[in-house]
Design a protein around this ligand. Structure first.
Ligand code: IPE
Ligand code: IPE
Ligand code: MG
Length: 243
């Protein structure tokens, strides 16, 4: 069975999970934190090499102050509690997104988590926090523009490969499989550049209710798909036999 090398996940539905229980949204976020561990365990068990989780979008800063504040507390707690265990299990943790928008404590914890786990190789875990796909692409364009302005490259040097080297997660293969929980079928400004040829999979399951069976369904579905990358089915079959 073909296993995705890189899995990207939009963890959605925490608020609705809480609303169904007539509880405040933050209770849903807390319940969602458990599902994060489940998802990481699943990747470790199945030998998935990289996992990118959308934890907080650029746009999520616009939520009510109370919810944003509670999420920041939750985030800080998770950084304090989980990193030791992640390190023990051989997980390398990295963060993508506009880090400068977080408070000093969170930024320090992010930095410490990255430094502590930098040598781990079992699973590359990327947390997208204050992340937006458009902002990622804009930052790449900006860095290339600086290189041109300072004479390090010429405008005509800019091609897909060079551009790809400036967006987030440039050192990883792009996601093979994308999963979104919570029932909505949209990308919501997640990895726009990186998802160009990713297989998309959606489930109505709310993030706090995620279980290994649901993730298995996604993997089974992925394994059955023919990824053609613009070629014909026959060409793909030929490439597979020659590989
Ligand atoms: C995802 O759950 C978590 C974050 C965006 C931080 P939501 O909070 O978006 O949950 P719903 O979509 O309102 O149910
Ligand atoms: C996407 O979920 C972002 C995260 C899960 C972190 P949203 O709940 O913010 O997305 P929309 O608003 O439904 O598009
Ligand atoms: Mg949502």
């Amino acid at each position: 069975m073909t296993i995705p090398r890189h899995l990207a996940v939009i963890m959605d539905g925490n608020g609705r999970w809480a609303a169904r229980r007539r509880r405040p949204r933050i209770i849903g976020h807390r319940a969602g934190a458990r599902a994060v561990n489940l998802c990481i365990d699943f990747c470790l068990e199945r030998g998935i090499a990289a996992l990118t989780l959308f934890a907080f979008s650029s746009e999520n800063w616009g939520r009510p102050e109370e919810e944003v504040g509670a999420l920041m507390k939750l985030f800080l707690n998770a950084l304090e509690r989980e990193v030791v265990e992640l390190h023990r299990r051989g997980v390398r943790v990295r963060f993508i997104g506009e880090r400068g928008r977080f408070g000093a404590q969170i930024r320090e914890r992010m930095q410490a988590a990255e430094a502590q786990t930098a040598g781990n190789t079992r699973l590359a875990l990327n947390i997208a926090a204050s992340y937006g796909g458009r902002q990622d692409i804009a930052a790449a364009a900006r860095s290339l523009a600086h290189d041109v302005a300072e004479g390090r490259i010429q405008p005509d040097d800019i091609d897909e490969a060079l551009f790809a080297s400036r967006v987030a997660l440039a050192d990883l293969p792009p996601p093979d499989l994308f999963i979104r929980t919570g029932g909505d079928t949209r990308i919501s400004n997640f990895l726009l550049w990186q998802l160009a040829y990713t297989e998309l999979w959606f489930t109505d399951t709310l993030w706090p209710e995620l279980d290994a069976a649901t993730l298995s369904l996604a993997l089974d579905d992925f394994a059955r798909r023919e990824r053609r990358f613009g070629l014909t089915g026959d060409q793909v079959a030929d490439l597979e036999t020659s590989a």
